[in-house]
Design a protein around this ligand. Structure first.
Ligand SMILES: [Zn+2]
Length: 156
């Protein structure tokens, strides 16, 4: 699976990550299905701090309003524009999924309420004040997960 991270999303994330400092932040990803196994991040929510740097609690409830707005803006074309997954930062350690992250994502994909048969987790951190370092992992309902290819559009 290939995930595209557009310039405007990176530009939204960089100051947010900078402001959050050592605090872990995150939210929900909204994606566009552009081809067979290719998705582009169209928007994301930036939710409040959930605890200390190592503690991440998912608050999809808080993202419902943003998702509804996204569905309206994209003409309720759920096959093309939909919830894609979650993102959060690892400000002080490498942007790879922790055991806790893997467990949380597996809960999300097996939760019948979300209706998703897969979910992507993007983990980010600031590499330099102008550049994001990130990984994307896709989680499937059968418990398998794979690293995706994450393509960052160049920031000009
Ligand atoms: Zn994490």
């Amino acid at each position: 699976m290939i995930i595209y991270l557009p310039t405007n999303i990176q530009k939204k994330l960089i100051p947010t990550l900078e402001k959050a400092g050592a605090r872990e932040i995150g939210g929900v990803l909204m994606g566009e299905h552009i081809d067979e196994a290719k998705f582009r991040i169209v928007d994301l929510t930036i939710q409040k701090q959930f605890g200390n740097a190592l503690f991440f609690l998912r608050l999809v409830r808080d993202a419902v309003g943003s998702l509804k707005k996204f569905f309206k803006q994209t003409g309720y074309n759920y096959r093309k524009f939909n919830y894609l997954g979650e993102w959060h930062s690892h400000p002080t350690f490498p942007p790879i999924p922790s055991q806790q992250d893997i467990q949380s994502m597996q809960e999300i994909v097996t939760d019948s309420d979300t209706g998703a048969n897969f979910a992507v987790l993007i983990i980010v951190r600031l590499k330099t004040p102008q550049e994001i370092e990130a990984t994307a992992t896709v989680f499937l309902q059968d418990g398998q997960f794979f690293e995706c290819e994450l393509i960052k559009e160049k920031i000009i």
